[in-house]
Design a protein around this ligand. Sequence first.
Ligand code: SF4
Length: 146
Amino acid sequence: MREAGIRMKLNPLKDVLKDKRILIVDDSIVRGTTSRKLVKALRDAGAAEVHMRISSPPVTHPCFYGIDTDNQDQLIAATKSVAEIQEQLGVDSLAYLSWEGMLLATQEDTNTFCSACFTGNYPIAIPERVKRSKLILEKTPASTPA
Ligand code: SF4
């Protein structure tokens, strides 16, 4: 369903994209699966180059405060360098906004923000029980019926 939704939402126009150098700006990369499909769709539509810029730092830690992020082992930036992510997504170049740059852009007191998913520094300690229970009811490939 999720993949069908992505295909319906992303409908590249060959007339517009053919032989063009494309720059994608996105707010974040979490698992990287959607980005990889998007890049492939752009290349299939004839884009000459596909570059990506992300307006946040790499997401390296899960959120326990309410945002629906994956477990850490599913987060592409938790285990891969920017160069490795670039290769995995199939883009010609990839760059993220720095953590400092992101906080500076708010023009607010940087101590007032949580940014744990970028740093692992959780402002409120996460009990082990809560860490273990995240995604406990999600299907895993092993538990998915054939
Ligand atoms: S900044 Fe904090 S609250 Fe927001 S998604 Fe990341 S970990 Fe969750």
